[in-house]
Design a protein around this ligand. Structure first.
Ligand code: NAD
Length: 323
C-alpha cells in the first residue's frame, strides 16, 4: 500500500492507485499469495538468491534490498537476485531506499517469460517487456539522484492510464497490431495487441539493446526466466546491486564531486521552452511535495474499479471515509 501511494505521489500514476484493483484481482485469482514470506534460497557473503514466495512483489523486493544493504555495508558490494515475486511496481523505489540510507544502488527487472509488450528493433510485433532499470545515488543534504526508467519509450501502465482517462497517446510511443504508428491507446491493448517502441527514437537499437541486457540480468541471471512470449502476467526477474561508497572513496570527496558536477550541468544555457535543468528524480520529488499538499487525483474509471474490489473484500465503500 505504501509503495502504491508513494508511486502516485511521485507522479507515476501508471504504478500507483491504478494498481490497487489489479493487485486485488490478482489476490482473488490466486496469482498472489498475500501471506507468503520471502526466503533466502542461496547465500554467500556478498550475494544472495531470494524467492519471493509469490507474495505481492513489493514485499520480496524490499526484503532483497535490505539484505543487499546489510551485505554491502560489510563487503562493499552486494548483489541479490529475486524471483517468484510477481510485480514489484516502481522499480526505482528499491535503489531509492538504499540511497536514502547512504548507498549507491542499481536494479534491473525483466518480466519473466512474458515478452510481448515492446517490439524488438526492426520488428513490428511485441517480443520484449518494458524491462525497466533504476539507479540511485545519495547526495549531501538533498534527495538522491534517481534514474528510474523503462527501456521502452514509456511504461505500459501509461497506456492504461490514458485508456482510463479517455486520452490519446503521443505518436512515437506505440504501434498497433499491424506495426503501424498509433495515438490510440486502445490499439495497444486490443486483441491481437499492438506494442510499445523501444527507447531511443531514431536510435531505438540502443533501447532495444538495453532491454536485451535487462533480460539477461533480470531474467537469466535473476532466475525468473527470459522473454519467451508466455501469455502470463508480469512476474519481475530482479537483479539488484548495492555499493557501500566508503569502500571505494571518501564520502566527502564523493559528495563534493556530485555537487560540482550538478552545479556545472546547471550552467548550461537553456534550450527554448525550458525554464530550468532538472536532475533525474527531481520531477518525482517535486510532484510528491505538490501532491502531499494538494492530494492525489484518481480518475473515475480507476476509482470505480477500486470500489468494486473494496466491495468484494468487504470494505463497504459507501461507508468508507478514507481512513
Ligand atoms: P519516466 O519517463 O516518467 O521517467 C524516467 C526517468 O526520467 C525518471 O528517473 C525521471 O526522474 C527522469 N526524468 C523525467 N523527466 C525529466 C526531466 N525533465 N529532467 C531530468 N530527468 C527527468 O518513467 P518511465 O520510464 O515511463 O517509467 C515509469 C515507472 O514505471 C517507473 O517507476 C518504472 O520503474 C515503472 N515500471 C515498472 C515495471 C515493472 O515491471 N515493475 C515495468 C515498467 C515500468
Amino acid at each position: 500500500m505504501d509503495h502504491l501511494v508513494e508511486s502516485s505521489l511521485f507522479g507515476h500514476d501508471s504504478h500507483g492507485a491504478i494498481r490497487f484493483y489489479e493487485y486485488a484481482q490478482g489476490i482473488r485469482d490466486g496469482r498472489f499469495n498475500p501471506g507468503a514470506r520471502p526466503r533466502i534460497v542461496q547465500e554467500r557473503p556478498s550475494s544472495a538468491v531470494v524467492n519471493g514466495g509469490g507474495a505481492l512483489g513489493q514485499v520480496g523486493a524490499a526484503f532483497a534490498t535490505r539484505l543487499a544493504m546489510e551485505k554491502a555495508r560489510v563487503h562493499g558490494v552486494a548483489t541479490v537476485t529475486l524471483r517468484n515475486t510477481s510485480h514489484i511496481g516502481r522499480v526505482g523505489a528499491y535503489p531509492l531506499i538504499a540511497a536514502r540510507a547512504g548507498f549507491m544502488a542499481q536494479l534491473f527487472a525483466n518480466a519473466g517469460h512474458l515478452g510481448a509488450q515492446v517490439i524488438p528493433f526492426g520488428g513490428r510485433i511485441g517480443r520484449l517487456s518494458t524491462n525497466p532499470l533504476a539507479f540511485a545515488a545519495p547526495r549531501r543534504g538533498h534527495e538522491p539522484l534517481l534514474l528510474d526508467m523503462t527501456t521502452s519509450v514509456v511504461a505500459e501502465g501509461k497506456v492504461r492510464v490514458a485508456i482510463n482517462r479517455g486520452e490519446s497517446i503521443p505518436v512515437g510511443w506505440a504501434v498497433d497490431s499491424q506495426g503501424r504508428p498509433t495515438s490510440d491507446p486502445r490499439q495497444v491493448k486490443s486483441d491481437p495487441p499492438g506494442a510499445l517502441l523501444p527507447l531511443g527514437g531514431v536510435v531505438a537499437h540502443k533501447g532495444y539493446g538495453l532491454s536485451m541486457m535487462v533480460e539477461v540480468m533480470g531474467g537469466a541471471v535473476g532466475g525468473e526466466g527470459c522473454a519467451a512470449g508466455a501469455p502470463k502476467f508480469v512476474s519481475n526477474g530482479v537483479l539488484l546491486t548495492v555499493y557501500h561508497i566508503e569502500h571505494f572513496t571518501e564520502l566527502e570527496t564523493y559528495y563534493d564531486e556530485l555537487d560540482a558536477m550538478i552545479a556545472h550541468i546547471r550552467t548550461s544555457r537553456l534550450a527554448p521552452g525550458f525554464q530550468e535543468i532538472l536532475l533525474p528524480g527531481e520531477p518525482e520529488f517535486r510532484t510528491a511535495r505538490k501532491r502531499e499538499s494538494e492530494g492525489i487525483e484518481v480518475d473515475d474509471q480507476t476509482w470505480d474499479q477500486i470500489r468494486r474490489q473494496m466491495k468484494y473484500f468487504g470494505l463497504d465503500s459507501a461507508n468508507w471515509n478514507g481512513d
